[in-house]
Design a protein around this ligand. Structure first.
Ligand code: ME8
Length: 535
């Protein structure tokens, strides 16, 4: 049996409800999962939540709840958001589930039994918001010598820790990792992040990573099976999800089908954990190079204006508010939001969220371009051809040009998706849409409809437009699944699948094919309050 395409998102902390940043990673992973499925491949798309550790323990205490009650409550925000955003994950792992904890414990036992761990005292610094250890040499100081030690990643104050615990050697694996990374230039993407990893590996790594924490400091974690007074360090616990769900050590057939991961989607903040700790953990477990994750894709950061989103600044963008309130009245609000996230910023770069930018994309790309094309095409088919796709006859030069542009789209889409260039993929689709709209203007079917002698040309024009809509709907499926479905319905294609292979075929719609009922996809703003539908 061929290997399943295995895609993952980070497991998000359940200390608070998800924001736009979390939704970005998940929407991107979902677009790739849907694209792979539309290509006819078997996909396993995993997301979930990271539920242990000090940060969550403290958030639960602040809320006056037990950690378990707290995480059970917060995880619901993630479930609801993924439903709202039409995320097509195949599984949702919570690190508090026994199916995960059991494998984390088995991994620890195995590493300890094989002598791969050391027991020693850790002395250094800890960033609780990032749940990350830092050595003395790595910390930065606020305001020169004698200043507060700060986290080099998030610039928040660190806490000193001195703990006796189990460690995973890092430096002992460094030569192997350097060789592996050099031999696999696709291991980390985009190239800027690969270079970041390469330069990180030019310095000696810390001797070892502390992977257990004493219960007296952190009570909320998976118990270390051979050390009752310790729990597992939250990152060591969470990273294992990527192999615990495929059944590492328990279900060899399933593991062989799923592992290695084809893409770990992450944000650039957690590159070190995924591109240093994680491969070293797998290497320590004895996994060969061929079983390392294929690609780790670290995207950029969403800001609000020029500012980082943070609770203290009070500028966290809540996707549910964007969808329900900012995009109120849009029947496909979740798809508008998905489109904005993936189209606005080239994957890998930082982006800035604003309601104005969202509205501008909605107005220009979706309402004026895509919505207009669908609406004009379907209403002209209804008006001039009794709601049936005409045979079309011989195509003129302009029709043939548009047909060729449509037939070039699948290759452009493949190329963009291979490089995870979601915004380039959407740009290619929208270029076809813009071109089709220009073609409508030039062909002016409403004029052709007035002259019986222009009937053949009118039918050729509408035939070509119907096929362009078909190709557009199929191509939009990974990004805007509900809109793709709506165009499909309006075209009268009903429940038949949208397969990318069919985007490269032409013509497909049989002559006389009845189209469905037309409806506005992206109503203009204020249409409801302006006393009637917008013109
Ligand atoms: O790091 N812009 O969880 P987390 C873009 N539990 N993406 C953002 C973002 C922003 N402003 N803010 C967050 C953890 N993200 C660990 C992961 S994995 C085994 C354990 C996204 O809740 C981005 O994907 O802090 C980032 O890497 C992730 O959320 C961090 O989520």
């Amino acid at each position: 049996m061929s290997k399943t395409v295995y895609l993952t998102t980070p497991l998000y902390y359940v200390n608070a409800a998800p924001h736009i940043g979390h939704s970005y990673t998940t929407v991107a992973a979902d677009a790739l999962a849907r694209y792979e499925r539309a290509k006819g491949r078997e996909v396993f798309f995993l997301t979930g939540t990271d539920e242990h550790g000090q940060k969550i323990e403290r958030a639960a205490a602040a809320a006056g709840k037990t950690p378990q009650a707290f995480v059970d409550e917060v995880v619901e925000h993630f479930h609801r958001l993924w439903t709202m955003l039409n995320i097509s994950h195949d599984d949702f792992i919570r690190t508090t589930q026994p199916r995960h904890a059991r494998i984390v414990q088995a991994v620890l036992l195995r590493l300890r039994d094989e002598g791969a761990l050391t027991r020693q005292v850790y002395q250094g610094w800890y960033c609780t918001p990032d749940e990350t250890f830092w050595t003395e040499a790595e910390v930065v100081s606020s305001g020169g010598a004698g200043g507060t030690p700060m986290c080099p990643a998030c610039q928040r104050p660190l806490e000193p820790v001195q703990e006796d615990g189990w460690h995973l050697p890092l430096r002992a694996h460094q030569d192997w990792l350097v060789r592996f990374v050099k031999a696999h230039p696709e291991f980390v993407q985009p190239a800027s992040r690969y270079n970041e990893l390469a330069s990180l590996l030019e310095q000696p790594l810390p001797e070892a990573l502390c992977i257990t924490r004493p219960r007296k400091r952190v009570g909320w974690g998976i118990p270390v099976p051979f050390e009752p007074e310790h729990v597992v360090y939250v990152w060591f616990d969470a990273l294992i999800n990527y192999i615990s769900v495929p059944g590492y050590g328990e279900d060899p057939a399933r593991f062989a089908r799923l592992w290695p991961a084809d893409v770990h989607f992450i944000g650039k903040d957690i590159l070190r954990h995924h591109a240093v700790y994680w491969p070293i953990m797998l290497h320590a477990l004895g996994l060969p190079d061929e079983q390392m994750p294929v690609r780790i894709v670290a995207h950029g950061w969403w800001k609000v204006g020029e500012q980082k989103m943070s609770k203290s600044r009070g500028n966290i963008v809540d996707p549910t508010i964007v969808i329900r309130e900012v995009l109120a009245g849009q029947p496909y609000a979740a798809d508008v939001y998905r489109y904005f996230l993936l189209r606005e910023v080239p994957f890998g770069q930082d982006g800035s969220f604003s309601e104005e930018a969202l509205q501008a994309r909605l107005d220009a790309d979706l309402a004026n371009d895509l919505g207009n094309l669908v609406n004009r095409t379907c209403s002209m088919l209804t008006r001039y051809c009794e709601g049936r796709v005409p045979a079309g006859g011989t195509l003129g030069a302009q029709e043939d040009e548009l047909r060729r542009a449509a037939l070039e789209l699948p290759a452009a889409l493949d190329q963009a998706m291979e490089g995870l260039a979601f915004s380039a993929a959407l740009e290619a689709i929208m270029q076809l849409v813009t071109r089709a709209n220009r073609y409508i203007e030039a062909a002016a079917p409403w004029k052709l409809a007035k002259q019986p002698r222009d009937r053949a040309r009118l039918e050729a024009v509408l035939r070509v437009l119907a096929e362009v809509l078909r190709v557009t709907a199929i191509s939009l499926e990974p990004f805007m699944p509900s809109v793709a479905g709506a165009i499909w319905q309006q075209l009268g294609c009903g429940a038949s699948p949208r397969r990318l292979a069919d985007a490269a075929r032409w013509p497909v719609l049989p002559a006389g094919h009845p189209i469905g009922t037309s409806a506005i996809l992206f109503p203009k703003r204020f249409a409801a309050t302006a006393g009637g539908p917008a013109a």
